[in-house]
Design a protein. Structure first.
Length: 229
């Protein structure tokens, strides 16, 4: 693809990200001229906790899983980020090692932006700098909420809250393809306890376990669990 066409195409892709939506066309062209497209297959690691981080990435297509390794070899799943989200911005801003793992959950197309190219744009466009602060504040709030959940909520309430993060389908209830191990890593519990809880909810008709799917039949019952904890 010629450079001009690549810049135009990349500018349209960056419009999906809230941070870059506040830039004008010239600002986006300036960033895209330095951006590097990268593709990852499902399950492929993108970056690892503790390694040097001099860039951030915008998700153009696909879903990226952000997680933290534990001393016991398990992982704590922090978030599954869809297209339009950014990740790697913390290490990019402070120049320190990565604070989490990132893995392509599906086939992904990313735009990689280096620190040396992003910082001048943030200095030049105050609205972009404010948007970056807003994104970071949102991450901190979610992290604080997760810590409070683990401290004050029991596992059924945490698991219910995790399931409620997934919205209903366009025509029908929410269908979730996460394994019970993945749900345990997201809710901060063990797979065995999550399995016990899910089977109880299945018997009570709150959800349905079908093949490898979890189908939420009574989201109000899950909300009641969270509210009454």
């Amino acid at each position: 693809m010629p450079n001009g066409a690549r810049t135009l195409h990349g500018g349209k892709l960056l419009e999906k990200c809230p941070l870059f939506r506040v830039l004008d066309d010239q600002g986006r062209r300036e960033l895209v001229s330095h951006a590097s497209p990268r593709n990852f297959t499902a399950g492929q690691p993108i970056c690892h906790f503790g390694e040097p981080g001099q860039n951030m990435m915008a998700i153009v297509v696909g879903t990226v899983r952000i997680s933290l390794p534990t001393v016991r070899g398990r992982e704590v799943i922090l978030a599954d980020l869809p297209a339009g989200e950014l990740f790697g911005e913390i290490a990019m801003l402070d120049g320190k090692p990565r604070s989490a793992n990132a893995t392509a959950l599906t086939k992904c197309e990313l735009l990689v932006l280096d620190r040396r190219d992003v910082l001048p744009v943030l200095e030049k466009y105050p609205t972009a700098c404010l948007k970056m602060m807003e994104i970071l504040c949102g991450r901190i709030r979610r992290s604080d909420e997760r810590m409070a959940d683990i401290a004050f909520f029991d596992l059924p309430s945490r698991l219910a809250k995790t399931l409620l993060h997934y919205p209903p389908q366009l025509h029908g209830p929410a269908k979730i393809s996460l394994s019970q191990r993945e749900l345990a890593e997201m809710a901060g519990g063990t797979r065995e306890n999550v399995n016990r809880c899910m089977r109880d909810w299945h018997r009570r008709g709150i959800l349905k376990l079908q093949n490898r799917w979890t189908i939420i039949l009574k989201p109000d019952a899950l909300r009641e669990l969270v509210e009454n904890n």
